[in-house]
Design a protein around this ligand. Structure first.
Ligand SMILES: [Zn+2]
Length: 235
């Protein structure tokens, strides 16, 4: 049982705490920040509760469009889908891979589509009716630039967006995308978003202007969450 032996030995090895090195744009240029496995686990737990709030449940099917470099939030969403026992297919969010999204849409007949980009929609629009494709999908979570395109064809899309190294997820209330207040402090000044790591985050981030135009809404949301919500100018 060489394989069992190997696995047993591997378990005894020290595991580095670093899961990802995140690279994100700020108002002052590109910034790097570490993401530990413990932080990723907490981000995954938060994303799980947010997706549960959308009614995601065991046996449903989902299509996720995300790029490899977005792994810092993509992994949290994938982990959430696995926890919720939602079957998923993953397509690249870049426009050139829109056909994979079309194939998963046809083959999986998903109740949930997460991460649609304007580039994917533009690619799909060449050969399909976007409204027809997504109006029957129960939960559509799309990126800022894709939201007006979808709403324009009658698809009730919720916002999903990276805000720097954090993930913002809109709830069914559609009154802004929640940011995990236990991990991040999100603020707004002169119509611009600022972000800092929360106290329990071991990877530090001092307050940073993100170069993203938007507003922050605080106070209890209709969904019951106290997490602040961001409203992006682009969405
Ligand atoms: Zn809410």
């Amino acid at each position: 049982m060489a394989r069992a032996d190997t696995l047993a030995r591997a378990r005894e090895l020290d595991r580095p705490e670093l899961a990802y090195l995140m690279r994100f744009p700020t108002a002052d240029g590109v910034k790097d920040m570490e993401l530990t496995w413990a932080e990723l686990a907490r981000d995954t737990a938060w994303a799980t509760e947010r997706l549960r709030g959308h009614g995601l449940a065991a046996g449903q099917r989902a299509v996720l469009t995300t790029s490899g470099f977005e792994g810092f939030w993509g992994q949290a969403v994938i982990g959430a889908l696995r926890t919720l026992k939602v079957t998923y297919g993953i397509a690249e969010a870049m426009g050139w891979d829109h056909r994979r999204t079309a194939v998963f849409h046809r083959e999986l007949d998903p109740q949930v589509v997460i991460g649609l980009s304007a580039e994917t929609l533009e690619g799909l629009a060449g050969s399909a009716d976007i409204g027809e494709m997504f109006r029957s999908v129960s939960v559509v979570m799309a990126r800022p630039a894709a939201i007006p395109v979808l709403r324009g064809v009658g698809v009730s899309a919720c916002l999903i967006s990276a805000v720097g190294p954090a993930l913002a997820l809109e709830c069914p209330q559609q009154t802004g995308a929640h940011v995990n207040a236990a991990e991040w402090r999100v603020d707004e000044r002169d119509g611009q978003l600022f972000l800092a790591a929360g106290e329990q985050r071991t990877s530090a981030l001092a307050e940073t202007p993100l170069g993203i135009a938007g507003r922050v809404v605080t106070g209890r949301c209709g969904c019951g969450s106290e997490d602040p919500r961001v409203l992006l100018a682009e969405a």
